[in-house]
Ligand binder design. Structure first.
Ligand SMILES: [Zn+2]
Ligand SMILES: [Zn+2]
Length: 155
């Protein structure tokens, strides 16, 4: 069973990353993580459901089972290589592991990353020790906003 070359620089980096987190760089984990690495090359905001990952990872490794993909996703989150965004909707796995907020389009359900600095959160009462924050903004993305009827009399 010939495995595709395991020696591209991205693969080597990933293998080292996994080993640093005590995980072996199996073909399955590589296939799962590769879905994010590939998508990340042209889109910065990569948020995929487990089913999305399963569909795409199977293209490269057809014998992958759903359970294997779900397990690998859990391990990659635990290792800090993927972020996790809880619903509404199915939970998404996030290629961006730096702290950030999200904007969720109510029409197409796409998630976009929002930098921490662009959202200000203030607590009214003193004494809280804030250890993390995740703000979920909701509305229409530019593409859906352009399709939405803005006013009945616009040409
Ligand atoms: Zn949209
Ligand atoms: Zn994100």
């Amino acid at each position: 069973m010939p495995l595709r070359s395991a020696s591209t620089p991205a693969d080597l980096g990933f293998a080292q990353l996994l080993r640093a987190h005590g995980l072996r760089a199996t073909a399955q984990r590589r296939a799962v993580y590769g879905v994010f690495a590939e998508a990340g090359a042209d889109a910065a905001d990569v948020h995929l459901s487990a089913e999305d990952v399963f569909d795409q990872a199977r293209l490269g490794l057809p014998e992958l089972s759903r359970a294997t993909v779900y397990n690998a996703l859990g391990e990659l989150v635990e290792a800090g290589l993927l972020g996790l965004v809880e619903g509404p909707g199915p939970r998404r796995y996030d290629a961006n592991v730096n702290p950030h907020h999200h904007f969720r389009c109510e029409r197409c359900h796409e998630l976009r990353d929002v930098p921490l600095a662009s959202v200000e959160v203030t607590l009214r009462e003193p004494g809280f020790r804030v250890q993390g924050a995740h703000v979920l903004l909701a509305g229409l993305c530019p593409r859906c906003a352009a399709q939405a009827p803005a006013g009945l009399d616009s040409s």
